[in-house]
Design a protein around this ligand. Structure first.
Ligand SMILES: [Zn+2]
Length: 384
């Protein structure tokens, strides 16, 4: 595998991991580098330049790790017996009625979900996370009825306790019971230590804390997959990291549930409006030059004053009003109050080539040819 292709594959894997675990991609890159024995992604890239390659086996193992890594600890490295036991729990997905509301309850990767028509209640696998009730409709949603919610919560917590008990029996005893020095064993990696680190929030966690919380970070709730016995992403291995701060108990009780409106809502931010305006400009651009102008346009969205658009004089015809952009502005309740032309540094000379080129490929060819005739093209280099 070439160095470039290899890095591309590793990047793709890290992106998938980062999305699944909601961590920044650079963290996921460092994690992957860590699993391949490097202290950071930068070191891996340097090693790659000096001839290191990822073996086929290592790549397969990584893929397995990333693809199989669900937010629950229990599926990872699960032996067939555990897997089939879990499948039976899933099969038992139960139906019933609370009051006049029918429900279905099941276990989804360790979280317990009770759901009915227009509502759901999730009790997360992470013991310190608050249950969340969602409503998907304006009317007839039972989640605002305290008696209903209490019953649903009791039901879900009963199931959660069963699953937790099962998890604890599947893990080594040392994972849930620290020894006299506070040393505990990671249920997945098997490492033993009395101090642990959360890759998600950089917290330092004691063996007692992490065992009590079923290997989820007591600070941010990250899963056991993010808990390590040394912070390989820190230069000092984690010595400088601060002890975990569990969320303060602000009177939260066993019956507390966060109720959220699960319906999709559009938050029309300045960035989103700017995006729509640029989309309109691109859509009404009639050639490659105008498309470049749309990409380079300076769009300023101000909820008080309205929208200003500045278009590059060399790329957008002065007498062409961006009609679609103005219509889009109206649809979002604003007005284009200022249309200006600007003269800035366009990326390439001879901007009018884009008026005759049929498409981006032809344009690029014409532009490169023109440079070659009049001065040449320097070797490729990075910006920094
Ligand atoms: Zn954490």
């Amino acid at each position: 595998m070439t160095e470039k292709r290899e890095h591309h594959e590793l990047r793709t894997l890290s992106k998938r991991y980062a999305r699944a675990h909601r961590i920044p991609q650079h963290r996921a890159l460092d994690l992957i580098a860590g699993r391949l024995g490097f202290p950071s992604w930068t070191r891996l890239v340097t090693a790659g330049k000096n001839g290191w390659t990822c073996s086929g086996n290592e790549m397969l193992e990584l893929e397995e790790f990333i693809i199989l890594a669900p937010p629950s600890a229990t599926f990872l490295r699960a032996d067939p017996e555990i897997a089939s036991r879990r499948a039976k729990i899933l099969e038992k997905a139960d139906v019933g009625v609370i009051g006049r509301h029918a429900y279905r309850i099941h276990d989804f990767l360790g979280d317990i979900i009770v759901a009915g028509d227009g509502w759901s209640l999730r009790v997360p696998e992470n013991p310190s996370a608050m249950p969340i009730a969602e409503s998907y409709s304006d009317t007839d949603t039972p989640v605002h009825d305290p008696a209903f919610l209490k019953a649903a919560l009791q039901l879900a917590k009963g199931w959660a306790d069963q699953v937790k008990a099962q998890t604890a029996t599947d893990w080594p005893r040392r994972s849930t019971k620290p020894d006299q020095d506070g040393v505990v064993r990671h249920p997945l990696w098997g490492d033993e230590a009395s101090v642990w680190f959360c890759m998600h929030c950089d917290a330092k966690i004691t063996g007692h804390q992490v065992a009590d919380n079923l290997w989820h970070c007591p600070g941010c709730g990250a899963s056991p997959l993010d808990i390590y016995d040394h912070a390989f992403w820190c230069d000092d291995g984690g010595k400088s990291l601060s002890p975990v701060k569990p969320p303060t108990d602000d009177g939260a009780s066993d019956t507390e549930v966060k109720i959220v409106d699960g319906r999709l809502k559009l938050d029309l931010t300045e960035e989103k409006i700017e995006f729509l305006i640029r989309l309109a400009l691109i859509d009404e651009a009639s050639n490659i030059s105008e498309k470049q102008a749309a990409l380079l346009a300076e769009i300023d969205v101000d909820f008080e004053l309205g929208i200003s658009i500045a278009l590059e004089a060399d790329l957008w015809p002065e007498d062409k009003d961006p009609v679609q952009a103005m219509e889009v502005a109206k649809l979002v309740g604003l007005e284009v109050v200022d249309l200006a032309i600007m003269w800035s540094d366009v990326p390439f000379a001879w901007p009018s080539l884009g008026e005759v080129a049929e498409d981006a490929v032809t344009y690029t060819q014409m532009m490169l040819d023109a440079y070659r005739q009049h001065g040449g093209v320097s070797p490729k280099k990075s910006e920094d």
